[in-house]
Write a protein that binds this ligand. Structure first.
Ligand code: GUN
Length: 294
C-alpha cells in the first residue's frame, strides 16, 4: 500500500502558487484577493475558513473573512454578495456551507458572480465543467484530481465508485472522473442513501471515493484488493489526545482498508489539504483572468 500524501503534494503546488502570486503582484500591483463569508459559528466551518485564510497569507494572497450572525436574513446576505460582485479589488468569493436553515444555499450560490465563484458551485461553472469547458472546478474534487495527477495514477478505463452524491463532492467528482480528460475516462457509479447492495457496488470499484460524512463507513470487506481509495471524510470528535481538542476521522476505516488498497489517502493529511490547494488555484486563476477575462 502506498500513501497519497496530501502534505507533500499540497506543499509542492503551494510553492508554485506562491511564485505565481508574486508574479501577479509585480504585474498587477496588488495581490490576489479571496473573501470568505461565514454565517454563524459552526465549529467545523470556523476551522476550515480559518485554514483557508491562513493558507492565502502563506502563498501571498490577501484574504478577508466576513462574519455574520445567524440572524442575518437571506436578503441581507445577497445584498452583501452583490456588493462584493462589483468590487474590482476582490477576485474570489466563497460562502462557507452549511448555512442556517432560513437561508437557501442555492439562492446564495446563484447570487455570486460566476466569475468570482472560486468554489465552482454556480450552475454556470457546473454546466461548463460538465461540458469540459474552462471553469472553476469545486475545490475538493479539483484537489483530488490534482492528487491523482501528481502520482500519475492511471484512471482511464477503471471503474470508479463514489460513495455520496453531495453537490460539493460526490456529484462533481462523478462528472470529473467520467470526462474525457487525464485523470478521467472512468466508468463511474454514484452510490447514495437509496443504493441497494452498497457493499457489492463498492466492491466493484478500482477507485473508491468516500464522501458520505460518516466515520469509518467504508470497511475492508467493501473494498476490492488493490483498489485506490480516496477518503474525503473529515469527521470531528472531541478528544483530549490533541492540542485542538478534536480528533479527525475519515469515512474510511483506514487501518483495515489500507491492508487491501494499492493507494490510499490518510485523514488528516490527505484530501483536506488538497481542497485548500484547489481553492487557491481557482483564486489565482480568478485574479489572472485566465478562465474568464477580467
Ligand atoms: N463546506 C464544506 N466544504 C465546503 C467548500 O468546499 N466550500 C464551501 N463554501 N463550503 C464548504
Amino acid at each position: 500500500m502506498q500513501i497519497l500524501d496530501g502534505k507533500i503534494v499540497s506543499a509542492k503546488i503551494k510553492e508554485d502558487i506562491k511564485l505565481e502570486a508574486a508574479e501577479f503582484l509585480k504585474t498587477a500591483g496588488r495581490k490576489p484577493h479571496l473573501v470568505a463569508i461565514l454565517v454563524g459559528n459552526d465549529g467545523g466551518s470556523e476551522t476550515y475558513v480559518a485554514s483557508k485564510m491562513r493558507n492565502c497569507e502563506m502563498v501571498g494572497f490577501d484574504s478577508t473573512n466576513l462574519r455574520y450572525d445567524t440572524t442575518i436574513t437571506e436578503e441581507e446576505l445577497i445584498k452583501k454578495i452583490e456588493e462584493i460582485n462589483l468590487d474590482a479589488s476582490i477576485d474570489g468569493l466563497i460562502v462557507q456551507l452549511p448555512l442556517p436553515p432560513h437561508i437557501d444555499p442555492d439562492k446564495i450560490t446563484e447570487a455570486i458572480d460566476y466569475r468570482k465563484d472560486v468554489d465552482g458551485f454556480h450552475p454556470i461553472n457546473l454546466g461548463r465543467m460538465q461540458r469540459n469547458l474552462p471553469c472553476f472546478i469545486p475545490a475538493t474534487p479539483y484537489g483530488i484530481m490534482l492528487m491523482l495527477d501528481h502520482y500519475n495514477i492511471e484512471t482511464a478505463g477503471k471503474k470508479a465508485v463514489i460513495v455520496g452524491r453531495s453537490n460539493i463532492v460526490g456529484s462533481p467528482m462523478s462528472i470529473l472522473l467520467a470526462r474525457n480528460t487525464k485523470p478521467g475516462n472512468c466508468t463511474v457509479t454514484v452510490t447514495h442513501s437509496r443504493t441497494q447492495n452498497l457493499k457489492e457496488e463498492v466492491l466493484q470499484g478500482d477507485i473508491v471515493v468516500a464522501a458520505i460524512g460518516k466515520k469509518n463507513f467504508v470497511t475492508a470487506e467493501m473494498v476490492k484488493e488493490g483498489a485506490i481509495v480516496i477518503d474525503v471524510g473529515i469527521n470531528r470528535e472531541l478528544s483530549n489526545e490533541t492540542k485542538s481538542g478534536f480528533k479527525l476521522f475519515g469515512d474510511v476505516d483506514f487501518d483495515a482498508v489500507s491492508q487491501k488498497a494499492s493507494w490510499i489517502t490518510p485523514v488528516p493529511g490527505g484530501v483536506g489539504l488538497m481542497t485548500i490547494v484547489g481553492l487557491l488555484k481557482n483564486t489565482l486563476e480568478a485574479a489572472k483572468g485566465t478562465i474568464y477575462s477580467n
